[in-house]
Every structure is written in structure tokens, then in C-alpha cells.
Design a protein around this ligand. Structure first.
Ligand code: PGA
Length: 254
């Protein structure tokens, strides 16, 4: 069955790749993926490679994302990168509240919500990450934890903004571990997230909002995961660092 939402596959390169390596990878991706129209393709290099990658993908179907941004505008915020700075490099997307930032930088739902609002104000599409830890899954509180994150991280956004936001469901125990949620487990949580959006903003927003799955997505499991009714794409870490594996995830999902 055709999904009414266009699939979106984003590669989160995390703290990897020099400028030269970034250019080599996007050069290969451009060649491999030039014919793909069915999927929105996004790469999220480190800040230091945004400018070069931005120029390299100008004439392609690949879009640019950042991995984080400041909740503040320009000003005395040492070490921060404001939305306006990302816009200079034609960045269209920004990953917010990734579990690694929630864990290592102690980012809260409230902070993620402020960042998401700042992203929308600058016309950037936020990719807002949520997901439970292994302990939370084993304690049977996945739904409660994820619902709290979704509500908290989207708090204050207008229905129009939520509709444009990408939600990425990434079970923390599946990130970088080789353990993927089964397609049934992922679908169940995605459907729950969509219900939460229905409860906050109603049916039509929930029908349109795209929800990516993330956590050890690879070419071998992409088709099965992305064919689930409420899974609208993938946020890919490790497998996005290499042309073959990232291109195959995209090709297998069509
Ligand atoms: P992974 O990472 O694909 O390496 O598990 C996903 C992510 O952290 O976005």
C-alpha cells in the first residue's frame, strides 16, 4: 500500500569524518542516489563539514542537516551554533535531543522543545529524537517514557509546526548496538506516538507527521522496518558512514 507520507532517510554522521572524507562520501552518494525521487534523503555531517558538503550537494537530491543547534539566537553563548548560522549553509534539517545529547549533555525535553521552536522560527525542520533505555523497556514503561518525551519535546509548538516536525523514535538500547527493535516492536511504538500526536493536535496533524525509526538500521532490515504502516523513514548512524550501506538502505526502502 502506498504511504501517504513520503519516506525520509537521514544519515547522522555523529562526530565522524574530516572535510575530505565528508566530500568523498557525498560525492559517492550523489552518484549512487541520483535517480531516487521516492525518498527524501538527508545527510547530517559535523558542523565543520557543513559548508563543504553544502556546496557539494547543491545540484543534487541530497539535503543537508545539522546534528544540534542552540536554543538561542546570536549572542554571548560561547561554543553554541545558532539557527541563523546553519541557514548560511542551506541547512534544512536539524537533529535535536538525540539520546547521546540527552545522556552526555543532559538535554531535557524542555530544552529540546525550546530548540525545536527556534528551529521552526528559522524555517529549519527539526528531527526530534525520543526513545526508551533498556532498563525502561524491561520495566514495562516504554509507552509512558516515550509519551512524556514526545509531549515535552514538542511542547509549545503550533499544530502547523508539529506537522512539519520529524519525530525519530530511537530505542536507546538499539543505537550502535546491532540490536534492532523488531518491526512489530517498532510499529507498536510508532503507532503509540502517532496517537499521542492525535491527542495533542488531532487527526490531520497526526496523519501528516513523519516518524522515523532509528537504532542499528542497515540495508538488511530497512525494507521490513520501513514497510510498517507508521514508520516513515529512518535515522541512520553507523550505516550512514559508508556509501554502500547508506545507499542500499535507501534503495531497499523504495
Ligand atoms: P545507529 O545510530 O544506526 O548507529 O544505531 C542511530 C542514531 O543514533 O541515530
Amino acid at each position: 500500500m502506498e504511504k501517504e507520507r513520503k519516506l525520509i532517510v537521514a544519515g547522522n554522521w555523529k562526530s565522524n569524518k574530516t572535510v575530505a572524507e565528508s566530500l568523498a562520501l557525498v560525492g559517492d552518494l550523489k552518484r549512487e542516489l541520483a535517480a531516487v525521487k521516492e525518498v527524501d534523503i538527508v545527510v547530517c555531517p559535523p558542523f565543520t563539514a557543513l559548508e563543504s558538503v553544502s556546496k557539494a550537494i547543491l545540484d543534487s537530491n541530497i539535503r543537508l542537516g545539522a546534528q544540534n543547534m542552540s536554543e538561542n539566537g546570536y549572542g554571548a553563548f560561547t561554543g553554541e551554533v545558532a539557527a541563523g548560522m546553519l541557514k548560511e549553509f542551506s541547512v534544512g534539517y536539524v537533529v535535536l535531543g538525540h539520546s547521546e545529547r540527552r545522556q552526555f549533555q543532559k538535554e531535557s525535553d524542555a530544552l529540546v522543545a525550546r530548540k525545536a521552536a527556534a528551529a521552526h522560527a528559522a524555517n529549519l525542520v527539526p528531527i526530534v529524537c525520543v526513545g526508551e533505555t533498556l532498563a525502561e523497556r524491561e520495566a514495562g514503561i516504554t509507552d509512558r517514557v516515550v509519551e512524556t518525551q514526545v509531549r515535552g519535546s514538542l511542547a509549545g509548538l503550533t499544530p502547523e509546526q508539529v506537522e512539519k516536525t520529524i519525530i525519530a523514535y530511537e530505542p536507546v538500547w538499539a543505537i550502535g548496538t546491532g540490536k534492532t527493535a523488531t518491526s512489530a516492536q517498532a510499529q507498536e511504538t510508532h503507532a503509540m506516538i502517532r496517537k499521542v500526536v492525535v491527542a495533542i493536535h488531532g487527526d490531520s496533524v497526526a496523519r501528516r507527521v513523519r516518524i522515523q525509526y532509528g537504532g542499528s538500521v542497515k540495508a538488511a532490515n530497512a525494507r521490513e522496518l520501513l514497510s510498517q504502516p507508521d514508520i516513515d523513514g529512518a535515522l541512520v548512524g553507523g550505516a550512514s558512514l559508508e556509501v554502500r550501506s547508506f545507499a542500499d538502505i535507501i534503495k531497499n526502502s523504495i
